[in-house]
Write a protein that binds this ligand. Structure first.
Ligand code: FES
Length: 174
């Protein structure tokens, strides 16, 4: 119920802002492209990367099993790029879509000692696997769906560890 209220408030805010823009002389055509662009921002994380991550900035990743949300930018641009980053072994990392694939719920992130190592959506409790596999087919799979939402698998990003010796990894969408 609280989720619905949040979404209603966000929608009201958006429509209010849209109304202000219209009042300021923005045309209907540009307003509709604004709506499409906002909707696509909400539904599909569209960046391809690369995003260079300096691991020394994330103390949680000093431990295997540590998980963080990275809010960064595509290299050399001001285009934002966010993802969940998890250290699954000494030299292996998993990078997944930053928010739930249903309606962008934020995730509860597991700690290395959590009994449940899935990402758990704060909105409708869908769970996604943080398991690692080399071809990315299992990373981000739906692991539990107690409310029958049926969200799609999370996007899994490629993680380049060739510069790990310098404390750097590079995350790219395949
Ligand atoms: S937003 Fe995550 S299950 Fe609905």
């Amino acid at each position: 119920m609280k989720d619905n209220n949040n979404h209603s408030e966000q929608r009201r805010d958006f429509l209010k802002k849209a109304g202000l823009l219209l009042g300021a002389g923005i045309t209907v055509t540009s307003l509709s492209s604004l709506i499409v662009s906002c909707e696509s921002d909400i539904i599909v994380p569209s960046y391809t990367g690369p995003v260079t991550v300096n691991l020394s900035s994330y103390s949680q990743l000093a431990t295997v099993g540590g998980t963080v949300k990275v809010d960064s930018f595509i290299d050399g641009t001001k285009n934002p790029a966010s993802f969940i980053l998890r250290r699954v072994a000494d030299k292996e990392y998993v990078a997944l879509e930053a928010q739930c694939s249903h309606i962008q719920g934020e995730f509860n992130l597991p700690s290395p000692t959590s009994s449940n190592q899935n990402l758990v959506c704060q909105y409708h409790a869908a769970e996604f696997s943080t398991a690692y596999n080399t071809d990315l087919t299992k990373e981000g799979l739906l692991a539990a769906d107690p409310n029958g939402i049926k969200p799609r698998k999370l996007i899994a990003y490629q993680v380049d560890t060739s510069k790990l010796v310098s404390g750097i990894i590079i995350v790219t969408k395949t």
